[in-house]
Design a protein around this ligand. Structure first.
Ligand SMILES: [Mg+2]
Length: 193
C-alpha cells in the first residue's frame, strides 16, 4: 500500500522558469542562481514586482511540464493506492489545477486535490493535510515545507532537486530525487518491500 501525494508548482509544471521568463530573466544560468526560495532577493528585484508576476503566471494555462512527468506520472498512478495533489494555490485556481493534472493523467482518472493554507511563518501548511490523509510519500521542492512535513508526520518526503534547495543539509526522512523516473523506481521498490 502506498498513499502518494505531490506538490504541483516546480514538481509537475515548470512554474519558476515561467516566472523568470516573464520577469525578463530567462535561461539556465539565472535559473541556477536562484539559491533561495525568494526570487526577489536572489535577483534583487522589488518584491511587489515579483509578486505581481507570480500572480500572473499562476493564472496561466499550459505552463510547460517538468521533464519526464508526462511519461511517469500515469505510471505512478497505476502503482499507488491513493493519489493526491497538495498545492498552496488559491481556491479560485482549482479548475486550472484540475485541468493541468488531468492533462497529465488523462481525463478519466480521479485524484484527490487539496489546497493548503499558509502558516503564520509563511510556510505552507501541508503537514496537517498529510497527517489527515495519512500519506506515505510526498514530492516537494521547497525545503521548509519538507522539513515541516517530516517533523510533524510519518510521511517520507522526496525533495525534488532544485537550485533553491541544494545548499540545505541532509535530514532524516527527506530524500533528494532528480527525476520522475527516479521517483517511479523508488515507489516500485517501496511496493516490493
Ligand atoms: Mg512547489
Amino acid at each position: 500500500m502506498i498513499r502518494f501525494g505531490t506538490d504541483m508548482d516546480d514538481c509537475l509544471i515548470d512554474t519558476s522558469s515561467q516566472i523568470l521568463k516573464v520577469l525578463g530573466k530567462p535561461g539556465k544560468k539565472i535559473y541556477n542562481s536562484i539559491s533561495r526560495y525568494e526570487i526577489s532577493k536572489c535577483l534583487n528585484i522589488p518584491i511587489e514586482i515579483v509578486e505581481k508576476v507570480i500572480e500572473y503566471v499562476l493564472n496561466l494555462e499550459n505552463i510547460p511540464t517538468i521533464k519526464d512527468v508526462e511519461e511517469y506520472l500515469p505510471k505512478i498512478y497505476t502503482i499507488v493506492d491513493y493519489f493526491s495533489i497538495i498545492t498552496l494555490r488559491k481556491p479560485s485556481s482549482r479548475p486550472l489545477v484540475v485541468g493541468s493534472v488531468q492533462n497529465l493523467l488523462g481525463e478519466t482518472k480521479s485524484f484527490h486535490l487539496f489546497l493548503s493554507d499558509r502558516r503564520a511563518n509563511g510556510v505552507p501548511d501541508k503537514a496537517s493535510i498529510i497527517e489527515k490523509i495519512k500519506l506515505d510519500v510526498f514530492v516537494e521542492d521547497r525545503f521548509a515545507t519538507s522539513l515541516d512535513i517530516v517533523e510533524k508526520t510519518n510521511c517520507k518526503v522526496f525533495l525534488f532537486d532544485k537550485p533553491w534547495n541544494r545548499n540545505r543539509r541532509k535530514h532524516h526522512g527527506i530524500i533528494r530525487v532528480f527525476s520522475w523516473e527516479e521517483i517511479y523506481d523508488k515507489l516500485l521498490e517501496m511496493r516490493e518491500k
